[in-house]
Write a protein that binds this ligand. Structure first.
Ligand SMILES: Cc1cc2nc3c(=O)[nH]c(=O)nc-3n(C[C@H](O)[C@H](O)[C@H](O)COP(=O)(O)OP(=O)(O)OC[C@H]3O[C@@H](n4cnc5c(N)ncnc54)[C@H](O)[C@@H]3O)c2cc1C
Length: 392
């Protein structure tokens, strides 16, 4: 039996941050993970450049049954604290768009920085170690693994959500929560491409690869970012963002040309006597292929002066307020995150310790806190990992 102060299950962003913080306070810490490599999600994130935080990160950018829960951790360890750490480690970064900070070189630099912080504080990281069971004792926990037994005063669960099982995601965190009678808010894939029925696909599949800026809305929330047509349906940042808010069977509204009111524009061109075909009038404002497909699907492409105002309205509605109902999403196979998770009502927002089991902590994606696309999810991993590390 190996006796330590803290066992952390999961060597992802939140677990590494927690380990380094607890180790820095003199705790004897071991991090256990079943995967081969440390921080795989960090490595593949942001197209290999890791969008490690967002300069605008605030509680409004997160989804949770309790929207106030994130406030304390984000205040105790903000995006500016993480940026300071990145700068101290001479990692070059840049703002890509909308406050999103990416490494200039490689996401591996973020992993190396976190691992070094752990090593500098004598934190052990045991990879390729499978958890067999977790037990509560009178003054702590016993963690049984296929490589030995650990006893600890504090047990931190940082084993993430269900997204991308191919690189090590499992439901272990939820299983441990249930073992200790801590409710789990039902989970679902989020930040995920949306799929559509065969009729939609046959009408739009020729557009696979076409991207544009669009405003995508549902239930009073909207995102103006890139949209990408794919052979399965729709993807791109605006679609991933809206997927986190989408209720099954409901439609989304898409404005394919948010900068122009197409109806007003076409009516004023008609008044001026513009005698070109509609497709050639609007093609300057949208990808030509998309314009052609919309016109083809609506089965008319008359000269503007010969087009009725009703048909102009039809075209404009299709462009400025296109209503589509996804059949589903691509699921956990490609989802960036998992919506739902460990019920925050059972956790202290200041420490991430459970209110019912002393010494048991949940951090990162396993908790019912889901960020928008754009560096917010890593910021949650850093913030929740840090506050748990301070308190273990
Ligand atoms: C493709 C992709 C790109 C992303 N890009 C970004 C981005 O650029 N910016 C951003 O903010 N967010 C991004 N995210 C989301 C971000 O990666 C997660 O929110 C974040 O990694 C969560 O950190 P975590 O520590 O909670 O969990 P994870 O990083 O998932 O770490 C969990 C760890 O636990 C281990 N584990 C799981 N089950 C077990 C088990 N049974 N036994 C032992 N160990 C186990 C795993 O191997 C893993 O190492 C992206 C996600 C994906 C999938």
């Amino acid at each position: 039996m190996i006796n330590v102060d803290v066992v952390i299950i999961g060597a992802g962003g939140s677990g590494l941050m927690c380990g380094a913080t607890a180790g820095n306070l003199g705790r004897n810490v071991v991090i256990i993970d079943h995967a081969k490599k440390i921080g795989e999600k960090i490595r593949i994130s942001g197209g290999g450049k890791c969008n490690f935080t967002n300069i605008y990160a605030s509680p409004e950018n997160y989804i949770s049954q309790n929207p106030h829960f994130i406030k304390s951790a984000l205040t105790q360890y903000s995006q500016w604290d993480f940026i300071k750490m990145v700068e101290k480690n001479n990692i070059e970064y840049y703002e890509k768009t909308l406050g999103q900070l990416f490494c200039k070189n490689s996401s591996q630099q973020i992993i190396d920085m976190l691992v070094k912080n752990c090593q500098d504080n004598s934190v052990k990281i045991n990879m390729q170690t499978n958890i067999i069971s977790v037990e509560k004792t009178s003054n702590g926990f016993i963690v049984n693994t296929d490589k030995g037994q650990y006893s600890c005063k504090s047990l931190v669960i940082s084993c993430g959500g269900l997204s991308i099982p191919k690189i090590g995601a499992t439901g272990l965190g939820y299983k441990i929560a249930k073992q200790f009678d801590i409710p789990v808010i039902p989970t679902s894939p989020a930040l995920v491409p949306l799929t559509f029925n065969p009729e939609f696909l046959s009408a739009y599949k020729q557009l696979s690869g076409v991207s544009l800026n669009a405003t995508v809305s549902t239930h009073n929330i909207s995102f103006k970012e890139g949209l990408l047509f794919t052979h399965r349906g729709l993807s791109g940042p605006s679609i991933l963002q809206i997927s986190s808010y989408l209720k099954s069977g409901t439609h989304i509204n898409i404005n394919l040309c948010p900068t122009i009111n197409i109806e007003e524009f076409l009516l004023s061109e008609k008044q001026k006597g513009n005698n070109k075909k509609i497709s050639s009038i609007i093609k300057n404002h949208m990808p030509q292929k998309l314009t052609e497909v919309i016109i083809k699907n609506l089965e008319f492409n008359s000269k503007l002066t010969e087009t009725s105002n009703k048909d102009i309205n039809l075209v404009a509605t299709h462009i400025n307020n296109w209503k589509v109902t996804p059949t589903d999403s691509e699921g956990y196979r490609t989802a960036e995150v998992t919506l739902g998770g460990v019920d925050t009502n059972y956790l202290s927002s200041k420490t991430m310790e459970t209110k019912t089991i002393k010494g048991l902590y949940f951090i990162g994606e396993v908790v019912d806190v889901t960020g928008w696309l754009g560096g917010y999810n890593f910021q949650w991993a850093w913030s929740s990992g840090f506050v748990a590390g301070l308190n273990t």
